[in-house]
Ligand binder design. Structure first.
Ligand SMILES: Cc1cc2nc3c(=O)[nH]c(=O)nc-3n(C[C@H](O)[C@H](O)[C@H](O)COP(=O)(O)OP(=O)(O)OC[C@H]3O[C@@H](n4cnc5c(N)ncnc54)[C@H](O)[C@@H]3O)c2cc1C
Length: 223
């Protein structure tokens, strides 16, 4: 299995050391990691990246998502992924009465990097837009939107995960368990939490394949 990543490291949203851990974990599972070269061609016979041609019968494309056509409809500025570039109050340039939020927009976070396209960011933007509308109805305004990053979690394989909560960085088995617990915690309703927890524990105990929980990985990838 070969992983081709255009950027200089895997899991670019994580600190360097967790990124290096993720790469080492993948390599320990038998994945060959190729960095720094984007795929430029993709066909039934394989892919081309940099000056290399890699023959492959199975290709999994996971190079990100493209935003909706909202920017196009509104004739608004957009980035490479077609995400609408909103103003600091999450309105569309030239349209103070139109708010755009979530995956379809891009805005810089406090560190100057784009706010990540994840659910907590979309929820924070939703709350901000609602609060701004309420403030405007009362004749007021709000300070610009400020994204608060609660942390990042990524699962790599069985008992392999990385977590970054500000200065707290975790890896390996503990991170993998926290990843699972966090995802169950954020489900809606006790019944869903219990049923997913029991189902995941069952899958984990029996080493079965499942959609969200990577329970394989004790053995190396077959080549
Ligand atoms: C495979 C995958 C895994 C992810 N895992 C995580 C994760 O673990 N943690 C995390 O925080 N984030 C995760 N994300 C990102 C997260 O899902 C998004 O950031 C979040 O859902 C964005 O919310 P949103 O409301 O902007 O868009 P969405 O949740 O995508 O909602 C947009 C809705 O609009 C509908 N829609 C689209 N076009 C139209 C149209 N023209 N007319 C009417 N309706 C339309 C869509 O059907 C959809 O229901 C994941 C995303 C993907 C794709």
């Amino acid at each position: 299995m070969v992983l081709i990543e255009a950027g200089p490291r895997v899991l670019a949203g994580f600190p360097d050391d967790l990124s290096a851990y993720a790469q080492a974990s993948l390599e320990s599972l038998g994945v060959e990691v190729k960095l720094g070269q984007p795929v430029t061609e993709c066909s039934a016979g394989g892919v081309v990246y940099g000056d290399n041609k890699l023959e492959a019968r199975t290709i999994i494309w996971a190079a990100g998502v493209r935003a909706s056509r909202a920017a196009e409809w509104l004739n608004a500025p957009a980035d490479r992924a077609h995400r609408l570039e909103v103003l600091p109050d999450l309105t569309v340039p030239g349209h103070p009465d139109i708010f755009a939020i979530g995956d379809t927009v891009t805005i810089a976070g406090p560190d100057g990097r784009p706010v990540p396209g994840i659910a907590p960011a979309a929820k924070q933007q939703g709350r901000y837009a609602a609060a701004t509308i309420k403030a405007r109805l009362n004749g007021g305004t709000l300070p610009p939107f400020r994204y608060k990053h609660a942390g990042s979690l990524a699962q790599i394989g069985k008992r392999l995960a990385v977590i970054e909560f500000g200065r707290i960085k975790l890896r390996g088995t503990i991170a993998w368990w926290i990843w699972g617990i966090a995802h169950i915690y954020f489900l809606i309703g006790l019944r869903n939490r219990l049923s997913v927890a029991i189902s995941w524990l069952w899958i984990h105990a029996r080493d079965q394949r499942a959609a969200r929980l990577i329970t394989q990985g004790s053995s190396k990838v077959e080549r």
